[in-house]
Design a protein around this ligand. Structure first.
Ligand SMILES: NC(=O)c1ccc[n+]([C@@H]2O[C@H](COP(=O)([O-])OP(=O)(O)OC[C@H]3O[C@@H](n4cnc5c(N)ncnc54)[C@H](OP(=O)(O)O)[C@@H]3O)[C@@H](O)[C@H]2O)c1
Length: 384
């Protein structure tokens, strides 16, 4: 029985992870669940899965959860520090890292230091601190399995392969809702249009990142740290059907692709059960019903965030943390309708241009760069 700590259980990945647990009660047990402020769903999940502990960041939510769970024996804790304590001390052997954004970093580092395996959806952790994460994984002999569908695909293509035989990897991207929208109309894009992803149902931050292609940019950086590849060996192809989740081209000219219907439960289940595959009732990709699969180059003049992410990867040091922090702040402001969709890359670029990169930063240096970028971009936006 694998014991799981599901961090970010109330989000899109968290809910899908719990569905995988629900389908396999003899294999997985939930030891802890966490949320930011969605107390109703957290309590509902706790009553269903009876974990040892739940953690919620919000104070008011904490009081409600404690009251509603008082006769269950489930411990309720609150706040960012409690979240890290839980990651380190709770009795689970695999963390599902499903918190969105930079907030996922510190608990993940704690879990690794405590020797717990990681099923990672929270790509921001690798984007901002990939070098530190890799060092800790090695030091504590911890296994990290990616949940992101593209990286799960690459991971699956590489089973049994020597990393030195990779010529390049190709991350596929749906292209988001504005793939065919003319550049001249980008000025009028609304929040509700940007939140309508054609193929995937996800949290709001990653949905906006998918619409700007920043998500693909973050995935390029994630792939660098996961597979040890230089930027020139990481390619991106637009593939609107989202059937091929990514590909590896080998030195002998052969290419492997991993395919499937777009359903995050598949890579989540793979990460939880690796190296085993478990039978399930999920839909497989049906060749007979699909007449074509398309691929083309991303238009970087329309989707400038992709180039910004490549720039950050070329620079490394604290730059990816700055890219990520600026992106988190501008996306939040776009969702609040304070800035336009077209302004997202402009603010990120200005912040990156102002940043003085520190190479090989320690955790302190990353936290400082993150804070600096947030406060700089907020000043630019006029919201301190
Ligand atoms: N969704 C997907 O299909 C998908 C695919 C690949 C990778 N990912 C990655 O997986 C991660 C999660 O994405 P998602 O779409 O599941 O996001 P989401 O639906 O927005 O859920 C985020 C989760 O994190 C919690 N959370 C938010 N801010 C927090 C904070 N400051 N401290 C502690 N917990 C916090 C949320 O709690 P509340 O519910 O209480 O707010 C929720 O449980 C992201 O890094 C994303 O890039 C997602």
């Amino acid at each position: 029985m694998k014991k799981l700590g599901i961090f970010g259980s109330t989000g899109s990945i968290g809910k899908n992870a719990l569905q995988v647990v629900r389908n396999n009660p003899d294999r997985f047990k939930v030891v802890c669940l966490t949320a930011n402020n969605n107390v109703d769903l957290l309590v509902h999940q706790a009553l269903q899965f009876i974990p040892e502990t739940v953690c919620i960041s919000d104070q008011a939510g904490f009081r409600i959860a404690r009251q509603r769970l008082r006769q269950t024996g489930i411990q309720v804790v609150c706040g960012a520090e409690a979240l890290c304590d839980l990651a380190r001390e709770a009795d689970f052997n695999m963390m599902v890292g499903a918190i969105v954004g930079f907030a996922g970093l510190l608990p993940t580092l704690q879990a690794i230091k405590a020797g717990k395996d990681i099923a990672l959806a929270n790509k921001e952790t690798l984007v901002v601190a990939g070098e530190i994460v890799n060092r800790l994984l090695e030091e504590h002999r911890v296994r990290l399995i990616p949940i992101d569908s593209e990286h799960s695909a690459l991971f699956q293509c590489l089973v049994g392969e020597d990393r030195s035989s990779i010529r390049k990897i190709i991350l596929t991207a749906s292209g988001g809702p504005f793939l065919h929208k003319p550049k001249e109309e980008f000025n009028k894009i609304t929040v509700s249009e940007a939140l309508k992803h054609p193929n995937w149902k996800m949290g709001s931050k990653i949905t906006i990142d998918s619409a700007t292609l920043m998500n693909k940019g973050l995935e390029v950086i994630e792939a660098h740290w996961l597979f040890g590849l230089s930027p020139d060996k990481i390619d991106v192809a637009i593939h609107p059907q989202s059937i091929i989740h990514s590909m590896v081209e080998f030195v002998d000219g052969s290419t492997k692709a991993q395919m499937g219907a777009p359903d995050m439960k598949v890579p989540i289940q793979y990460a939880l059960s690796y190296p085993e595959r478990i039978k399930n009732g999920f839909n497989a990709f049906n060749f007979k019903k699909t007449s074509r699969l398309d691929f083309f180059k991303p238009d970087r003049t329309k989707f400038k965030c992709l180039s910004l992410a490549y720039n950050a990867l070329e620079e490394l040091g604290t730059m990816p943390a700055v890219l990520n922090a600026a992106n988190e702040v501008v996306v939040e402001n776009f969702l609040k309708e304070r800035i336009k969709f077209v302004d997202i890359p402009t603010y990120i670029k200005k912040t990156m241009q102002k940043h003085v990169v520190i190479q090989n930063p320690d955790l302190e240096g990353i936290l400082e760069a993150d804070q600096w970028a947030r406060s700089y971009v907020r000043k630019l936006l006029g919201y301190n």
